[in-house]
Ligand binder design. Structure first.
Ligand SMILES: [Zn+2]
Length: 222
């Protein structure tokens, strides 16, 4: 597998293209499809970490052009379809997702079969509900379990960044954020983190350097 990065727009939200053989899954559809290096790749699914407009602005275009399904946490779907709640109306670019969105729940495990993908490089995707930035934010854990090292890849949206966490004043909640950080801190140190903005990192690096990945921050809930 290979992960390609496409930061885009004034806020530099990142679309990640997870390439598996000749197929791919997109995390956060926020870049015009024409700018993606899809040469011969068949996109099989589009997972939205959360509904803020800078992460979903190309959802319909990419879904239609690649004929692939959109997926998001069940409680986040109404925000995707509401230009006020997804923040786009405030930026004078009212946008609401029209395509159908398949609902995900905490703990869902998806496999290549769920995306009608070939099984050349087996993986699972675990949906981890990580509210705090928005109530329906998820972190998406790819596990390529046949690779012993660096087989796990976590797409955190705006929940975790390198040395930082996401804002909770855009419809989120700090207490929920603390619980979500605790969930992520309990993953293995070598899990690679791909945030919705900025540099990639690992769970271990965040536990060493990120002031929010400390027991002092989430102590009251574990
Ligand atoms: Zn956001």
């Amino acid at each position: 597998m290979e992960v390609r990065f496409y930061p885009f727009g004034p806020l530099q939200a990142i679309l990640y293209l997870v390439v598996i053989g000749k197929e791919a899954i997109i995390i956060d559809p926020c870049v015009p499809v024409e700018l993606l290096d899809l040469d011969g790749l068949d996109v099989k699914g589009i997972i939205c970490t959360h509904a803020h407009y800078d992460h979903i602005i190309e959802a319909d275009n990419i879904s239609r052009k690649t004929k692939s399904v959109l997926l998001a946490y069940t409680d986040e779907i109404p925000l995707m379809k509401d230009s006020i709640r997804n923040g786009s109306a405030r930026m004078f670019l009212p946008y609401s997702v029209e395509s159908p969105v398949l609902p995900l729940k905490d703990g869902d495990i998806l496999t290549p079969r769920d995306f009608m993908m070939s099984d050349t490089e087996p993986f699972t995707i675990k949906v981890i509900h990580t509210p705090g930035h928005t109530y329906g934010s998820i972190s998406v854990l790819f596990d390529f379990f046949e690779k012993k090292k660096n087989g796990k890849h976590l797409f955190t949206g705006d929940t975790v960044f390198a040395d930082m966490i996401g804002r909770t004043d855009l419809g989120g909640d700090m207490n929920q954020m603390k619980q979500s950080i605790a969930k992520i801190a309990m993953l293995e140190d070598d899990v690679i983190i791909y945030p919705g903005h900025g540099e990639m990192t690992t769970v271990g690096a965040e536990k060493r350097h990120n002031q929010f990945f400390t027991a002092a921050f989430y102590n009251d809930i574990i």
